[in-house]
Design a protein around this ligand. Structure first.
Ligand SMILES: [Zn+2]
Length: 483
């Protein structure tokens, strides 16, 4: 978090003048609030030219949850955004000339942050059958994934990111573990840029590649150069599981990990990998691989002592509550938090699951109660923190996003409270964890661009995205001879 909110008092207006200002601005708001298509992007930005322009607007009268203790919350507050930057957050902000978004009946909060999501698998949904072991997520993605073209990667990621926007996610960690060529990597990044969302592209292996073969480590430097001037998308590496016996799915041994991770570290790229129990942690530690540039995924089956080891090395852990609830073992959130490990929340996939950060938080709340019999307190505010600022910290983006802090980039959402499930709510954090649904997301802003307004996508024609995705999947299915 940064400290740049001292200008709040300077920009906050006294009550006088606000009514007049509202009258003046509301008239033009309805026509002008829907973003204009941008014809001129800044040279530094690689964003798609079809994205709406960043303008100047102020959300008025919302229940503001800043997720920044220095800023605080406001039962009826304003958030002023200009050129992609949060200018002010206060009970009342003047914002002369800014377009007005009526925040009454809304919670205004930071955009939700996912820290591990396999977007490339999304368009495989029609191939999956929940009740047929041969057609669940892993066997299908492993088999069909080997037939992906770059266009398949593009269409799947694009569909996936549409769901992300619709569910209030403004930052995502694209865990791309089917990069079959540099063109596949480019295709995924293209889809990310066109979405308008913030994120990290984690450059991974290809499905089915031999575990004694290195990833395309030579292409990481090219991609780093490609993304060097991209304000919205960073680069990382997703490693295959590291396992002494190469026993777990697609695992590599420690020697291969040291080789690949060494290249990643020379390039300054953060590393992420799935884990499967204490042996993984101990193997990484024994080979001096743990560090603050490492994000692990799925904290299941860890042993006493592992948590302190992870905290000592400042390792981050991403939790995918829904998927983990169906696996062997339990999400060990209380142990991680007690040891001081940085944790965040992730969607994992929307092929066999859905993007519902609220449900993920609720799942963690239930699991914690069940596991600790209420002995470990996990407040609803802490859970909202996990889906916002904690995700930003995990991804190294806390100086840009994760809270409504003046000076940060404007990644925010408006959550309706007038829906049947959100009517008559009490504490807003309780409501977000216990009642909210993705369909309550009214407005989504990423880097000052309004990407969803009154649940309408502004940057693309969703039906077109979906139709193209469907056609690509059918062609893939035929090519892979999948039935
Ligand atoms: Zn995963």
């Amino acid at each position: 978090m940064n400290d740049r909110n001292q200008d709040q008092s300077a920009t906050a207006s006294p009550a006088i003048g606000r009514r007049a200002l509202l009258a003046a601005t509301t008239a033009i708001a309805a026509a002008s609030i829907l973003p204009r298509r941008s014809s001129a992007q800044s040279a530094a930005s690689q964003a798609s030219p079809s994205l709406p322009a960043r303008g100047e607007f102020v959300v008025r009268g919302a229940h503001v949850l800043s997720m920044d203790d220095k800023v605080g919350d406001f039962p009826a507050g304003d958030v002023h955004v200009r050129d992609g930057v949060i200018v002010a957050v206060a009970a009342s902000v003047a914002a002369a000339g800014a377009q007005v978004i009526d925040g009454k009946g809304m919670i205004c909060m930071p955009g939700l942050i996912d820290t591990h999501w396999h977007h490339w698998t999304t368009f495989l949904r029609p191939a999956l059958r929940a009740d047929d072991p041969k057609k669940t997520y892993f066997p299908v993605s492993a088999a069909v994934g080997q037939h992906y073209t770059p266009q398949d990667s593009y269409h799947s990621v694009r569909l996936s990111l549409a769901e992300a926007i619709g569910a209030g996610v403004t930052t995502t960690h694209n865990w791309a573990h089917n990069v079959r060529s540099p063109a596949h990597a480019d295709a995924e990044v293209k889809a990310m840029r066109e979405s308008g969302l913030r994120g990290r592209f984690a450059y991974g292996p290809a499905q089915g590649m031999p575990n004694d073969q290195s990833m395309d480590i030579a292409d990481w430097a090219r991609m780093k150069k490609e993304l060097a001037k991209d304000d919205m998308i960073g680069l990382g590496v997703c490693s295959r599981n590291v396992d002494a016996a190469n026993a777990s799915r697609g695992a590599i041994n420690a020697d291969m990990a040291k080789k690949e991770w060494g290249v990643a570290r020379d390039l300054g790229l953060p590393i992420t990998l799935h884990t499967n129990g204490s042996a993984n942690i101990q193997l990484l530690a024994a080979n001096n691989l743990l560090g603050k540039d490492v994000q692990l995924v799925h904290p299941l089956n860890l042993a006493p002592g592992d948590f302190e080891l992870l905290a000592k090395h400042d390792v981050r852990y991403s939790i995918s509550p829904t998927g983990e609830a169906g696996r062997t073992g339990e999400t060990q959130l209380a142990e991680l938090l007690q040891a001081g490990v940085k944790v965040s929340m992730s969607i994992d996939n929307v092929t066999a699951d859905r993007c519902d950060c609220f449900a993920c938080a609720k799942m963690l709340q239930i699991l914690n109660r069940h596991r600790t019999a209420g002995k470990y307190s996990l407040t609803t505010r802490r859970l909202v923190q996990m889906m916002t600022i904690d995700g930003a910290i995990d991804l190294g983006l806390a100086d840009k996003t994760g809270s409504l802090t003046p000076g940060k980039r404007a990644d925010l959402i408006l959550v309706k409270t007038g829906t049947p499930n959100m009517k008559q709510i009490g504490d807003p954090y309780d409501a977000l964890v216990q009642q909210a649904q993705p369909s309550d997301i009214d407005t989504v802003v990423a880097d000052g661009r309004i990407l969803l307004r009154k649940r309408e996508f502004t940057a693309f024609d969703f039906e077109k995205v979906a139709a193209e995705s469907s056609a690509a999947f059918e062609a893939l299915k035929a090519r892979a001879k999948f039935s």
